[in-house]
Design a protein around this ligand. Structure first.
Ligand code: FA5
Length: 328
């Protein structure tokens, strides 16, 4: 009988089959249980002997069941480990690496340069009012920039700032000199869009105010920036021009080699000048001088990286961005 039980246990191919064998032998109506029930009908001395041998049979079956159970469990785990094994020799899936937009790279590079020169980096609102964008900056009431042709006005009489210069006014009204700040940010103009003009672009404004700031200091700051960006030996040039909020005012340019044509030429970067006395008056400053400059970041990015159409910077075409991943 034991032999038959052991054979069945050995033959059980999985845990379910083994459970059936257990029930068939040790269950309530199992063969061993039936035998135990039959003991009552025997004479007392026969009963003891038969009882001992049935119990021996029962515990041998229990041992065999436990051993087979362990074997099946081990086989199951082995099979599972085999099935779920990670093949570490397979080439991995490379995560798609992102990168900062070209303009963001240029902006970071510039703000890093100015931070290293001791400037604070501040930002201001894009939705402005006439007073900050024009009035306090000494724009006369009839100035064409105040016209709807050049400026986006909102229906409640406010406007999208046309340059970062309004932050000069905001910063001066909330701080006392001496200070040096730069203001990167988005600006908006009601322009006909072409390869060099967008209706939305970025500027970086600088403002330095102290007791004896001179035009030579301004030139030094611009030169330091140009050298940091374009390398030692970069030449800069100022030539006179008009902005209502500076006097004297100038445009600044650097002498450089165009990356596409290979030609050496002056490259206009932006406007600059000494803060106009009317601007200091509007913010309540006395006994100080200062300089300011501001330039377009798109222009800077285009010439630095050889992008010939400003619209490519805004098309969201990743092929343009991929070319310049991590260049700055
Ligand atoms: C200004 O905006 C003055 N606020 C700059 C300034 C600051 C002068 C402080 C003095 C003191 P302007 O309008 O020239 O100046 O613009 C400055 C730069 O912005 C230009 O040199 C050009 O690089 C860029 N820019 C102007 N219009 C556009 C446009 N539509 N698209 C792209 N870039 C533009």
């Amino acid at each position: 009988m034991l032999e038959q039980a052991l054979e069945e246990i050995e033959a059980a191919a999985d845990e379910r089959a083994l459970q059936q064998v257990r029930v068939a032998w040790l269950g309530r109506k199992g063969r061993v249980t039936e035998q135990l029930k039959g003991l009552g009908a025997l004479a007392p001395d026969e009963r003891r002997e038969a009882g001992a041998s049935i119990n021996a049979l029962k515990s041998a079956i229990q041992d065999a069941l436990a051993r087979r159970e362990r074997e099946l469990e081990e086989a199951r785990v082995r099979e599972q480990l085999e099935r779920e094994r990670v093949d570490v020799s397979l080439p991995g899936l490379r995560p798609a690496a992102g990168a900062h937009h070209l303009l963001t790279q240029v902006m970071h590079k510039l703000t890093d340069v100015f931070r290293s020169l001791g400037y604070e980096v501040v930002v201001g609102p894009e939705l402005e009012d006439d007073e900050h964008n024009f009035g306090a900056l000494n724009f006369p009431p009839e100035h064409p920039a105040r016209d709807t042709q050049d400026t986006f006005w909102t229906t409640d009489g406010r406007l999208l700032r046309t340059h970062t210069s309004p932050m000069q006014v905001r910063y001066m009204r909330s701080h006392r000199p001496p200070f040096r700040v730069v203001v990167p940010g988005k600006v908006f103009r009601n322009e006909a869009v072409d390869a060099t003009h967008e209706a939305q672009f970025h500027q970086l404004e600088a403002l330095v105010v102290d007791e004896h700031v001179t035009m030579a200091d301004m030139r030094g700051a611009i030169e330091a920036m140009a050298v940091a960006l374009f390398g030692p030996g970069t030449r800069t040039r100022l030539h006179p021009t008009f902005f209502p909020f500076v006097e004297p005012g100038a445009e600044f340019a650097i002498w450089w080699t165009h990356p596409k044509t290979g030609r050496e030429e002056w490259l206009e970067l932006g406007g600059c000048g000494m803060v106009h006395p009317n601007v200091f008056r509007a913010v309540g400053y006395e006994g100080v001088t200062g300089f300011a400059f501001g330039f377009g970041l798109e222009r800077m990015a285009m010439v630095t990286y050889g992008v010939s159409d400003i619209r490519d910077l805004y098309r969201g075409d990743v092929r343009v961005l991929r070319q310049f991943r991590g260049v700055a």
